[in-house]
Design a protein around this ligand. Structure first.
Ligand code: TRP
Ligand code: ZN
Length: 883
């Protein structure tokens, strides 16, 4: 056990700050291992009446050089210093505090605060990194106007950036230069940013709809500027879209983006100075896949959209994190839906939600979208806060309609611009703008867990009525044994024998209210919706558009599912019918494998896949999704006790069955979608490649019996003229033992060894291989020059890919995967606790496995907890995982 266990912070304990900081004047003298920071803070007491309250400033890893109050230097007896705070017992009501600190950015491997990445100084202050720069009231409800002076060596750091407008830049003595920045918008400390380095720049312009000319700059390391074109295009499209969809315009004359190679997450929305992980900026056809391009579009837009939902209107406290993150993810999903195919974007978001958020919501780390307590806030940048938070906003839009939602957004901005507010404030703006009561709906903020709906439909031919009964239940989660019924917007439809939508008229409504499909308000534990004047239905379609993030139990035959796969007018439900059909089949096979009584797969599924392949009217990106089987993770979620080997075997067998049954169709579609046209990242071309490579994945399933497959994959690998196709072939080849595999991996490394982002792909591919010696190879790669524990991208690419994306080998029966995970966690924790903690989740899923694996997983968690010095980050995840 760690010497002193970190304590939890509770939402109910929130109190407004005792002091306000109106302005912050910062001066940085940058040196990699000894940077001096002078901070001048204009402070005012904010409490009313009573005894003088102490001023307690946060600090972390700071060396205090001096502190002066209203110009008078304070002696050691005038303040109290701990390793986490600086306290002044009785300050006046209004005063100026001058603080000088010294920090060591070069030694900052946590990448929080001011650090150096490839000789570039950069900051990461969210959530609590500013206190690693100077002593401060480092909480989001303290908003100040910042002026920042940066001094640094001119040759090594020609580019000096901070938030807001450049006030002046000039040379000073000693080969140094300086720049002064001023940000007119009050902001919390977590949005402060500074960058200094030798960077190249792509400059462009954007004219806002009110005529403001905004200079756009993307800074990257030299030699990379040619790869910033797509990100710039995404930025301009985001700016236009936010004006058109939400009436929100950019508010300064300059918008800067800087991409760095070492970064804890994807990117950061600092006011007018977004800082990015390289991987969400840099792209060209030779080095980025279609998925990489899509990721760039998502993250560039996300950070830009934060300018209103996050920066202009921020969070009162960190329990409100989803106020900005859920809303901004919703906005970037909407943007991608408008720029690409809406159904395909939705399908991909649902896949991600099920792969990452549902397991979190069903495990020991489950928490509400608005949590009630935390130990380390960095652990709460979760799929629940982001993705479930976005679902919650999407449901509001479904309930209020697009126009109603827009009215609510307008009111939210009008009421709260310039403020630090709560999730309740957001919901109140939505409710007030529409004159509705969202009381029950708000349970989505406070109740954790994925609701389960049990649905049954009954047709009565005598009176032409259809009764749809819906029962809801939300499973218990940590600290929440009992749940109240939620308001779940459930979109449904009924298909007739021709596959057309039947018009739905609820009991008590007149005929004119009938619509083809409707959104039902599920609000009670058990409800029956009755429809009138219904002709004989052929199939029921539920949760269209994935209108609510819930699990559904609905008994349907393979024939019904196949019918929906072929006819549902809602593409998301059409895709889902195929997913559920495949899931039914594979889970049945898993059971048969366990009982040693395997029967043949129902040919109706392959036939339904064949029909999708032969349907020329379908969007190709949609067809690619519709023929792709649910992942092993999803199947695991659906089992009482996970059996990774049986899941793998069942999934492989279904791939083989389909490949054999549809050999000719697959070959034809592959050829038809292999074009000689030059690469273009647009959605339609990407869809063509997605379909081609989904087909290839079936063809490759025959590798075990067909010695021609591996050489064919190697040929495709070599012939590829873009990274999407090259990676697709290599991903399949890494599962096939033999000389072709090694030849391709060696070739890949030699080709791209100087390109860190592509080398990340090389590491990941080897880590996700299904081959039995994968862990040994991963361990060997830890010593490869391409790997470094100090670089989050490398850690995620190798260790993260193995622990989170290779269930078959991670859950090896001998526990070797778990032991490796614990050992790496302990090695990484002293270097970068944020990243170490984020990677730990898979070990906490022990409840889902058999007794032998449970024991091994728990033992590793205990080993982690027994370490002498553990960060609060890892302590929180490991201890909650065992609870
Ligand atoms: N707020 C950032 C976003 O959503 C993400 C973020 C939070 C982050 N904490 C961070 C990024 C720490 C880097 C490091 O875009
Ligand atoms: Zn965000």
């Amino acid at each position: 056990m760690p010497q002193d266990q970190p304590t939890a912070i509770h939402r109910q304990d929130y109190r407004p700050p005792d002091y306000r900081i109106e302005t912050v004047d910062l001066e940085f003298d940058l040196e990699p291992s000894a940077t001096r920071v002078k901070a001048r803070l204009a402070i005012t007491a904010a409490y009313d009446g009573g005894a003088v309250r102490p001023l307690v400033l946060h600090g972390d890893a700071l060396e205090l050089m001096s502190v002066a109050l209203d110009g008078r230097v304070l002696g050691a007896g005038d303040y109290a210093l701990t390793d986490k705070s600086l306290t002044i017992a009785k300050p006046p009501a209004t005063f100026t505090l001058d603080i000088e600190t010294r920090i060591n950015p070069a030694a900052n491997t946590q990448l929080s605060g001011l650090y150096v990445s490839n000789n570039v100084f950069c900051t990461q202050c969210e959530a609590e990194g500013f206190r690693r720069i100077t002593y401060f009231l480092d909480r989001p409800d303290v908003m100040a106007v910042y002026r920042t002076t940066i001094r640094a060596d001119r040759a090594q750091y020609p580019v000096l950036l901070s938030n807001g407008n450049l006030v002046e830049q000039r040379d000073i003595e000693g080969g140094r230069h300086m720049a002064v920045w001023h940000d007119p918008f009050p902001k919390p400390s977590y949005l402060f940013a500074l960058v200094a380095g030798d960077l190249a720049c792509n400059e462009d312009h954007f004219t806002t709809r009110s005529g403001r000319d905004v200079t756009l700059r993307i800074f990257v390391e030299h030699g990379k500027v040619e790869r910033t074109g797509y990100a710039m295009d995404c930025l301009k499209r985001s700016m236009r879209w936010d004006e058109e969809r939400f009436g929100l315009e950019y508010d300064l004359d300059l918008f800067n983006i800087v991409a760095v190679s070492d970064f804890n997450m994807g990117a950061m929305e600092n006011k007018s100075l977004n800082v990015f992980n390289d991987r969400y900026i840099l792209a060209d056809p030779q080095t980025a896949t279609d998925a990489d391009y899509a990721g760039i579009e998502t993250v560039v837009s996300h950070e830009y959209f934060h300018n209103w939902t996050g920066d202009r209107i921020t969070c009162r406290d960190w329990f409100q994190l989803s106020l900005k993150e859920g809303l901004t993810v919703f906005r970037d999903h909407e943007f991608s839906s408008d720029q690409r195919s809406r159904p395909v974007t939705r399908i991909q978001n649902v896949r991600a939600l099920r792969a990452r958020q549902f397991p979190e919501d069903g495990g020991p780390l489950a928490h509400p979208v608005r949590p009630d307590s935390y130990i380390e806030i960095n652990n709460f940048y979760t799929a629940t806060i982001y993705e479930k938070g976005a679902e919650l906003i999407g449901m509001m839009q479904t309930v209020l309609g697009r126009d109603g939602f827009r009215k609510g957004m307008d009111l939210y901005v009008q009421r709260h611009d310039g403020q630090a507010v709560t999730c309740d404030d957001f919901a109140a703006a939505m409710a007030d703008a529409n004159g509705v009561d969202l009381g029950q709906f708000k349970l989505w903020y406070s109740q954790a867990g994925t609701p389960e709906l049990t649905i049954e439909g009954k047709y009565d031919a005598r009176d032409g009525s259809y009764a749809l009964s819906v029962a809801q239940r939300c499973p218990p989660t940590p600290g929440q044994p009992d749940k109240q019924p939620m308001h779940i917007p459930l979109a449904v439809g009924l298909l007739d024998a021709q596959g057309r939508d039947i018009r739905l008229q609820l009991d008590g409504e007149d005929t004119s209210a009938a619509t083809p499909g409707r959104v039902l308000a599920v609000t009670a534990p058990q409800q029956t919706f009755r429809f009138r004047n219904v002709p004989e239905p052929r199939a029921l379609s539920v949760n269209r558009g994935f209108s609510a993030p819930v699990n559904i139990t609905l008994k349907q035959s393979g024939a019904e599912r196949a019918f929906l796969m072929g006819h549902d007018s809602d593409p998301v439900a059409r895709w889902e019918a195929g997913q559920q059909f495949a899931t039914d089949l594979m889970l049945k096979r898993v059971d048969e494998i366990q009982r040693h009584a395997v029967s043949a797969y129902d040919p109706a599924f392959a036939e339904a896949i064949g029909q999708i392949l032969r349907d020329d009217g379908l969007e190709k990106a949609f067809a690619a999704e519709a023929i792709a089987l649910p992942g092993a993770d999803y199947l695991a979620e659906r089992m009482a006790v996970v059996d990774v080997e049986a899941i793998h075997a069942a999934r492989e067998a279904l791939r083989v069955t389909i490949a054999q049954a549809l050999r000719r169709d697959l070959g034809r579609i592959f050829d038809a979608n292999t074009s000689g046209a030059p690469f273009s990242p647009d959605a339609e071309s990407a869809g063509r490649r997605a379909l081609r490579n989904a087909v290839l994945s079936y063809q490759a399933a025959l590798a075990a019996d067909d010695p021609g497959v591996a050489p064919h994959l190697l040929d495709l690998y070599r012939a590829a003229d873009n990274m999407t196709d090259r990676m697709a072939a290599l991903r399949l080849l890494v599962d096939v033992a033999g000389s072709e595999r090694q030849a391709a991996l060696d070739d890949f490394y030699e080709r791209y060894r100087d390109d860190p982002l592509v080398v990340d792909k090389w590491l990941s591919l080897q880590a996700v291989s299904a081959l039995p010696d994968t862990l040994d190879r991963v361990k060997a790669l830890l010593g490869h020059p391409a790997f470094a524990m100090e670089k989050p991208n490398k850690v995620r690419a190798l260790i993260g890919a193995f622990t989170a994306s290779n269930p078959l080998r991670y859950h090896a029966a001998d526990g070797s995967g778990y032991a490796f995970h614990a050992e790496r966690t302990l090695a990484l924790d002293p270097i970068n606790p944020q990243v170490a903690a984020r990677l730990l989740a898979p070990l906490g899923r022990w409840q889902r496995f058999d007794a032998a694996r449970q024991a091994k997983m728990k033992a590793e968690l205990q080993r982690i907890l027994a370490a002498p010095k553990l960060s609060p980050d890892v302590y929180e995840i490991a201890s909650k995982s065992l609870a």
